[in-house]
Design a protein around this ligand. Structure first.
Ligand SMILES: NC(=O)c1ccc[n+]([C@@H]2O[C@H](COP(=O)([O-])OP(=O)(O)OC[C@H]3O[C@@H](n4cnc5c(N)ncnc54)[C@H](OP(=O)(O)O)[C@@H]3O)[C@@H](O)[C@H]2O)c1
Length: 279
């Protein structure tokens, strides 16, 4: 049976490569991205590579929660089934920025938007049977901290601190949601896709870019390899029924102590609900 697979951050990098591989495997792809031009190019690429590909696309800027709500409404109206949701959109910001909703932009795009989208689609996902939710986290979560009095780093903002917190939130939410969905047949997993040579670090400080460019050439894996790690969790039979896990190189790995703390996970979900307005 063809699965309907939603991928956020599908206009570039790991998400686009994952989409390309899954389209070639005959899956029905729904690409979500913020740039209409890049999304159109992605759809064309998938059709070019796989002429029979079933691909649709939706524009949504995750830096605005009203757009995420509108997207969820469109998706619910359009798709009777959602077999896989891949929450992959991600970004970094050298300088602290606020979204139109007033949230620190890294946390908002990397965690809050995916959190809201997932919660709004959850009933449909559960109704779809043995569905999967995959959250692109990062090895960066090991360095992540949580301060519920200052989630948006009004004090002490630094690019990697903000990124690591957002990625810790991805792992915490994965585990919390997996526990909530126990017995429904829906699995929820997170992963580190590897250090991948994508454009995400274009937002890094200028001083770090020469080193990053060297790493991209000589150390990092290709976007296609990173995309394959995402596709593995999204569709491989090897991980069918596995839930609540954090994966690196297609293997289960123990996440950070903080990521394993269920009380912190519950607190994050409560705080996220309050911030996105679903409580
Ligand atoms: N690259 C790595 O080494 C690495 C390692 C660990 C984890 N990750 C994670 O992998 C995921 C994908 O990143 P990538 O490396 O593939 O980077 P990328 O090539 O920059 O792709 C990021 C994707 O997210 C989208 N995005 C960014 N901001 C958005 C917003 N405001 N609204 C909607 N979509 C937005 C981008 O859209 P545009 O095309 O419009 O920019 C793009 O499609 C991220 O969650 C990242 O944290 C990456």
């Amino acid at each position: 049976m063809t699965r309907t697979i939603l991928i956020t951050g599908a206009s570039d990098g790991i998400g686009l490569e994952c989409a390309s591989q899954l389209a070639a495997a005959g899956e029905h792809l729904v690409l979500i991205g913020r740039s209409p031009t890049k999304l159109e190019a992605a759809v064309q690429r998938l059709h070019h590579e796989s002429p029979d590909a079933q691909v649709e696309s939706f524009v949504c800027d995750f830096a605005e929660l009203a757009q995420v709500r509108a997207l969820a409404a469109e998706l619910l109206a359009r798709y009777e089934r959602i077999d896989v949701l891949v929450n992959n959109a991600g970004t970094v910001h050298d300088k602290r920025q606020l979204t139109v909703d007033g949230h620190e932009a890294t946390f908002a795009v990397n965690h809050l938007a995916g959190f809201l989208l997932t919660e709004l689609l959850l009933e449909r996902i559960v109704a779809s049977g043995s569905a999967r939710i995959v959250n692109t986290a990062s090895v960066g979560h090991y360095r992540g901290t949580m301060n519920f009095d200052d989630l948006g780093f009004e004090r002490g903002y630094q690019i990697m601190r903000a990124y690591s917190r957002s990625k810790l939130a991805n792992v915490l939410y994965t585990r919390n949601l997996a526990a909530r969905l126990a017995g429904t047949g829906v699995t929820v997993n997170s992963l580190h896709p590897g250090a991948v040579a994508t454009n995400i670090w274009a937002g890094a400080p200028a001083i770090a870019r020469p080193l990053l460019n060297l790493a991209k050439r000589f150390v990092m894996i290709s976007p296609a390899e990173g995309g394959a790690a995402l596709a593995y969790l999204a569709t491989s039979d090897e991980v069918a029924g596995q839930t609540g896990g954090y994966y690196e190189k297609n293997r289960l790995k123990q996440p950070s102590d903080l990521a394993l703390d269920e009380a912190v996970g519950r607190r994050l979900v409560a705080a996220s609900r309050a911030l996105v307005g679903t409580d």
